[in-house]
Design a binder for this molecule. Structure first.
Ligand SMILES: NC(=O)c1ccc[n+]([C@@H]2O[C@H](COP(=O)([O-])OP(=O)(O)OC[C@H]3O[C@@H](n4cnc5c(N)ncnc54)[C@H](OP(=O)(O)O)[C@@H]3O)[C@@H](O)[C@H]2O)c1
Length: 231
């Protein structure tokens, strides 16, 4: 079954108190310049980059490879300049001039539900976006992953947010986790963490295997985990 799914690397930047944004939820910067370079390299090594609906609509990330050298290396390997961008969004009300759609060049895929109107789907398709309607209220994530593999996505970078992260982890669809822990505290009970949603009971907690720990000269720490099979 596992070979039907892409290898999924979850990457996240968090504060020392486990937050991925402030309570204002405006996409606060957390990574150091060095960590941004690492993430750029990670993006360049993947076939696609995925984000969840709130991150897509709220942060409007570009999800492109910043380094011209890394883009040229991808082209030299016969790959597209940028990985495929994948949005997972219940109601795909993206602005047509959003950075997700405009920054590129990149192939674009949106997985959505019947809650996205037919006119908006037509507008997105006119822009060349591959739109998949997969579910009435929530996207069926396992079906989505099965759909990604034949689209040439063997290695997928998951870039949050916490709701999508936990849902994919809960369904056993994440293989590896990279966590950059910045020397910052945001606090706030309502500030997001990198595994949100409803949460798990202790019995359902997801076991991890710590592979490497890197102490960085920016006072940050990079943790790399493999997700242990749990079901
Ligand atoms: N520091 C970092 O590395 C980092 C990275 C990314 C994001 N962030 C931050 O994280 C916050 C956003 O995270 P978030 O947890 O609110 O949202 P999210 O994970 O980006 O998006 C979750 C939304 O996707 C939709 N969805 C549809 N089907 C789903 C399914 N099967 N499973 C899960 N989600 C599904 C739902 O939309 P509906 O509710 O409309 O149904 C859900 O609320 C922002 O503040 C952003 O800045 C930080």
């Amino acid at each position: 079954m596992k070979d039907k799914f892409p290898y999924v690397v979850l990457n996240v930047a968090t504060t020392a108190d486990g937050k991925t944004d402030t309570f204002a939820r405006r996409g606060a910067a957390i990574s150091s310049p060095r960590d941004l370079d690492r993430v750029d390299g990670l993006r360049a090594s993947c076939d696609a980059i995925m984000v969840g609906g709130n991150t897509l609509l709220g942060d409007d990330p570009r999800l492109t490879v910043k380094s011209a050298t890394l883009r040229a290396e991808r082209r030299a390997r016969g790959q597209s300049e940028n990985p495929i961008k994948v949005g997972v969004v219940t109601q795909a009300d993206l602005r047509l001039d959003s950075r997700f759609l405009a920054a590129g060049p990149a192939r674009l895929m949106i997985f959505t539900t019947a809650r996205t109107g037919a006119e908006q789907i037509a507008r997105l398709r006119d822009l060349g976006v591959e739109v998949f309607v997969m579910g009435e209220q929530r996207i069926d994530l396992a079906s989505m992953m099965i759909c990604l593999k034949p689209s040439g996505i063997g290695r997928l970078l998951l870039e949050g947010g916490g709701t999508l992260n936990l849902e994919l982890l809960r369904q056993g669809l994440v293989d590896e986790i990279n966590v950059y822990v910045a020397p910052l505290i945001f606090g706030g009970a309502s500030a997001p963490t990198w595994a949100d949603g409803v949460g798990l009971t202790r019995d359902d907690a997801i076991p991890l295997h710590l592979v490497t720990v890197e102490n960085l000269d920016d006072d940050g720490v990079l943790l790399r985990y493999l997700v242990s099979p749990h079901n």
